[in-house]
Design a protein around this ligand. Structure first.
Ligand code: OGA
Ligand code: MN
Length: 332
């Protein structure tokens, strides 16, 4: 999976940033930002340009804390708030409602025990996905910051969906262009944990209804890409069986080794930003009952022309702001 070094892997300058490619078609490790100070608006433009060009950008050893992680993320756009799916009795782990808990500890920092609902929920992260595709207002960037990393394993793998789509034969692309997918968070939970999520609670279902987005979309560079994830349950108008066959054929196609990269987290402070509009990602195993992996994520709303997909009802009737009860933070 590790790409070899060749002429295309030379560092690229984007304004004040130096981007060293990690794969022949996407992803780069970026230097040139001093995270000990607020990042200037000028540099933010370079961050976004690097992001849109590479899809995945890696900033090592930033020493960011929660406050500065959130402040930096706000400079990239409006942030999602943590969805509150778990009912009124639980409380958030972090002071910022914009911080999703993508780690394996509970509110007290103890390891989440195998077999608990939260543990099963996290299983869904080990399917190839793009964050928040189950929201009618989709997200463009995710910024995941490591606070504690395991000694071994726990890489995050990424796929260059944009490049994979562009390699498809023209007839296949033409077949896919008219299709709309229905994404449902509870579908991906059920795929990953069939018994636990056989019947999501009424509260969960009401808190997160499905959302619809076109399958073939325009990437930031103006070319075409796919918007696909394990959250996708139906091709609108198709049977479940036919839908799942196409969706998983496409996910498997896009995640062939030549389109993927396995990203190792080196230390606390490593920050990885990915573009949910043109990549997919997946968590990978580590000894999650022995070691703490503390990862915190901000998620930036898409503000482009495809942000609201193809909703079934007028967007002013869609309520996707956090439901007003305290609840435990869960990643997606
Ligand atoms: C996420 C996610 C994967 C990981 O935070 O959205 O999917 O490796 N994380 O933690
Ligand atoms: Mn994710």
């Amino acid at each position: 999976m590790t790409a070899s070094t060749d002429a295309r892997m030379e560092p690229v300058k984007i304004g004040s940033l130096t981007c060293t490619p990690l794969h022949p078609t996407f992803a780069a490790e970026v230097t040139g930002i001093d995270f000990s100070k607020p990042v200037s608006d000028e540099q933010i433009k370079d961050v976004i340009a690097a992001q849109e060009r590479f899809g995945v950008t890696v900033y090592r050893n930033t020493a960011l804390d929660d406050k500065r992680h959130v402040e930096f993320s706000r400079q990239l756009g409006e942030l999602e708030h943590v969805p509150k799916f778990s009912g009124p009795k639980t409380v958030l782990r972090f002071a910022y409602t914009e911080l999703f808990d993508a780690g394996n500890t509970d509110i007290n920092g103890n390891i989440v025990q195998k077999g608990t609902r939260r543990w099963w929920y996290n299983k869904g992260n080990a399917l190839w996905h793009t964050d928040s595709s189950f929201n009618q207002h989709r997200s463009k960037f995710s910024a995941l910051l490591a606070h504690a990393v395991p000694k071994e394993g726990g890489n995050t793998n990424f796929a260059d969906v944009r490049h994979a789509f562009r390699d498809m034969p023209e007839e296949k692309k033409a077949e896919l262009r008219p299709l709309v997918l229905e994404h449902n968070l509870w579908h991906s939970r059920r795929v990953a944990a069939p018994d636990e999520y056989q019947a999501p609670t009424e509260y969960e279902l009401a808190a997160k209804p499905p959302a619809r987005h076109k399958l073939v979309q325009t990437a930031p560079d103006g070319g075409e890409t796919l918007f696909i994830a394990a959250h996708a349950e139906y091709v609108v108008g198709w049977s479940k069986e036919d839908s799942q066959k196409l969706i998983w054929d496409l996910i498997n196609y896009c995640t062939q080794p030549k389109y993927t990269l396995s990203l190792q987290w080196h230390q606390p402070g490593d920050l990885v930003i990915w573009d949910n509009r043109q990549t997919m990602h997946t968590a990978t195993p580590f000894s999650d009952q022995m070691e703490v992996r503390d990862m915190r994520r901000t998620t930036v709303f898409d503000d482009g022309p495809f942000a609201w997909g193809v909703p079934e009802k007028p967007i002013d009737q869609i309520h996707e702001k956090p439901i007003d009860v305290p609840a435990v933070a869960v990643p997606a």
